[in-house]
Ligand binder design. Structure first.
Ligand SMILES: [Zn+2]
Length: 364
């Protein structure tokens, strides 16, 4: 049985994690992560201290499992409030396409399912060895995963028990544990805006305390492992820190052929090409992806965005545009412009020129 790090509640660790000066520079973040690893005696997480963000875990779910749901039941002592919260997290929020457009595992309740959510104080192993644990998970990437939610926390109340400042939401702890069992995601102590995989879940009124879904860098890590659920959908806006990435995210390649052509008057000319994510190894499952249902803008002369084409799901060329004129040469430039808030960069400009001969010129 493989144990993941339990989600902690420790005042001293929490204070150090929240120190703004410690999380604003990457070098400092690495030092903090090393310190946390030592403090919590967590299972070894090889990528934690050396890799860039996002840092995917291992790809544990196989293709057959990914094609089906992971089925979970509840332990006998789980109260109705926790059942409702955990079903919402696992069955709805986890796979919300707006926050997790990845093709990873999905969860469904089944009273005889091999996986389980339990409500206990003592679980054995590392959960018991860490003071103030909130949630704990075992067997990531396997059908018999277990999530424990703590029954009687030492340092705080659950918000469904006592809805006061500092209370913890079951959903926030639940989505974190789901990250362990569903994505093998390790801890990263960066802003709550970026991840739910912080070592400590924030209490009520602190940033992120009521988050019920994955955050942008969690989604990015899952996309790198499992590709996109919908290739016409959103690339998580946390893909800029990979090798070969642009400041906005993954580099995008655009082609347009032929680049130069001369034809008879009034002859149709079709220009076609491919819009895709550049196929770098560092892009893992995303490298080489065709970009579906995106707009390829086409300038003509000094007129920006003169016309456009929409990409399709083609495995080769995935866009085309037909032009027809007479007695003129037009210089065109095709380009893909990123959508603000998506982890893709602009393409380079791709020029092409079409010359239509005069109707007076003999032509066949
Ligand atoms: Zn954890």
């Amino acid at each position: 049985m493989y144990w993941t790090c339990p989600l902690l509640r420790s005042n001293s660790v929490h204070f150090r994690l929240d120190g703004r000066e410690l999380v604003t520079r990457r070098r400092d973040r690495k030092l903090v992560l090393v310190a946390i690893w030592a403090l919590t005696m967590c299972a070894v997480i090889p990528a934690l201290t050396t890799a860039h963000e996002p840092t995917p875990g291992s790809e544990d779910w196989d293709d057959i499992e990914l094609a089906n749901d992971s089925f979970f039941q509840f332990g006998a002592s789980v109260p109705p409030e926790v059942k409702a919260d955990m079903r919402n997290v696992l069955e709805v929020e986890w796979e919300d396409e707006a926050t997790n457009n990845s093709n990873g595992i999905t969860f469904a309740f089944d009273s005889s399912g091999p996986a389980a959510v339990r409500f206990k104080d003592t679980t054995g192993g590392i959960c018991d060895s860490v003071t103030g644990w909130q949630g704990c998970a075992a067997n990531p990437g396997q059908l018999n995963w277990i999530i424990w939610i703590r029954m009687t926390p030492t340092f705080f109340d659950w918000c469904f028990v006592s809805n006061t400042t500092g209370c913890r939401k079951v959903e926030r702890v639940g989505i974190h544990e789901a990250g362990h069992v569903g994505g093998s995601l390790s801890h990263v102590n960066v802003s709550e805006v970026n991840t739910v995989m912080t070592t400590t879940a924030p209490g009520k009124s602190n940033e992120g305390w009521d988050t019920t879904h994955l955050q942008r860098c969690d989604a990015a890590r899952l996309q790198l492992m499992y590709d996109l659920e919908d290739k016409a959908g959103h690339y998580a806006n946390c893909l800029d820190d990979l090798a070969n990435s642009a400041p906005q995210g993954l580099e995008v390649s655009l082609t347009a052929m032929p680049s130069q052509v001369t034809v008879c008057a009034n002859t149709s000319v079709t220009i076609s090409g491919r819009l895709e994510v550049v196929d770098y190894g560092s892009y893992d499952a995303l490298g080489g992806n065709g970009l579906w249902e995106r707009t390829v803008w086409i300038d003509r002369g000094s007129t920006d965005n003169y016309t456009f084409a929409t990409t399709d799901a083609g495995s080769g060329e995935n866009w085309s545009k037909t032009f027809v004129h007479s007695n003129v040469t037009h210089n065109y430039v095709a380009h893909y412009d990123r959508t603000t808030g998506e982890g893709l960069a602009n393409s380079d400009d791709v020029p092409f020129t079409i010359t239509w001969l005069s109707p007076q010129v003999p032509c066949d």
